[in-house]
Design a protein around this ligand. Structure first.
Ligand code: AVJ
Length: 327
């Protein structure tokens, strides 16, 4: 028995359980592909996690403050849907700001398992949360939830319903088929409880464009941090001034795309390989899919969830969905 705990499986992407932290291998493979691409999960080293927190404070980046306002305003209704004794599992926990609104409204929450890929960031955030919620069992888990992993055995059925919390529209980082796989895995592991899911909504491309091209250039630094990380962790020699940030709305695919664009012809050394870039060659670093309420509900139903209430702000910028998972 390799895994005594609950297993979270992501069906069609469960090919290699050993590759979870292999930034070097994935980056080299991604830069050898055409088009060049790399998973956005590699943004989140300690510096990247801090830059993301700074993005969340930007005036142009509406998702964080809009979702926080929805959670604050609707906490009572949300808590009523979830019910008492919840064991909360947060996917991509980050700074743990949003879950506080939930914890404050829930009736006797039992346990909180924040999952994040950035161990350092998770440790800091967990310590701050523990200080403020002394009665709560907090069990942080450093894991990559795009791969199969084990949940702590304490999350067993008898200890209270399992409730997933996946805010911030991070679901939008997945392609549609990956999002379906993730939701199928979540529906299985959350049986008898449900998923509280925040997703960003389709809207005016100008508003979307501004959110990913902020005036202070924090999003550009966040994007370029990927190259800084490769230099620091892998001994690569990316010239950060040799690449520029590009983010645009791809309307047919309903997503923001972020790329790093080579400003000229250049050669980079990475793990013993020489990588050539022509002027305007791009590295695709992130997709951030946007949703309609109906589109998300259809996807959730296909994944095996029931359909509960949805809460949005008055401008319909962002949506929070309660998706019950039948026993
Ligand atoms: C954390 C994936 C939800 O897509 O809006 C913010 C990441 N990228 N600015 C998003 C991000 C650029 C964010 N998610």
């Amino acid at each position: 028995m390799r895994n005594p705990g609950l297993q979270f499986d992501v069906p069609s992407h469960a090919d290699d359980a050993h590759a979870s932290s292999d930034f070097g291998r994935d980056l080299l493979a991604g830069l050898s592909r055409r088009p060049r691409s790399i998973s956005p999960k590699y943004f989140y080293d300690a510096a990247g996690s801090r830059l993301f927190d700074a993005i969340c404070e930007l005036p142009e980046y509406y998702p964080t403050r809009t979702e926080l306002a929805i959670l604050a305003e609707r906490a009572g209704e949300i808590a009523q849907q979830i019910g008492p004794n919840a064991q909360i599992i947060e996917f991509g926990a980050g700074s743990l700001r949003k879950v506080r609104l939930l914890l404050d409204a829930l009736e006797s929450p039992r346990r909180f398992v924040p999952i994040d890929i950035s161990g350092e960031h998770l440790e800091d955030a967990t310590q701050r949360l523990r200080a403020d919620y002394p009665g709560l069992a907090v069990q942080p888990l450093v894991a990559d939830y795009t791969r199969p992993f084990s949940l702590p055995p304490q999350l067993a059925e008898g200890n209270g319903p399992r409730v997933g919390f996946f805010p911030g529209s991070t679901l939008g980082n997945f392609d549609p088929d990956e999002a379906l796989s993730f939701l199928q895995g979540a529906a299985r592991v959350l049986r008898g409880g449900g998923l509280l899911l925040g997703v960003d909504l389709v809207k005016s491309p100008a508003v979307l464009h501004a959110a990913y091209n902020d005036a202070r250039g924090i999003t550009a630094r966040f994007n370029l941090n990927l190259l800084a990380r490769a230099n620091a962790e892998l001994g690569a020699d990316f010239d950060l001034a040799g690449f520029s940030h590009a983010a645009f709305y791809n309307a047919p695919l309903q997503r923001i795309e972020m790329h790093l664009v080579s400003r000229g012809a250049q050669t980079v050394h990475l793990l013993g390989e020489r990588l050539h870039f022509a002027e305007a060659d791009t590295i695709h670093t992130e997709n951030s899919h946007k949703f309609t309420v109906e589109g998300l509900r259809t996807l959730a139903a296909r994944a095996g969830f029931g359909i509960g209430p949805v809460w949005t702000d008055k401008d319909r910028l962002f949506s929070v969905h309660w998706l019950p998972a039948a026993q």
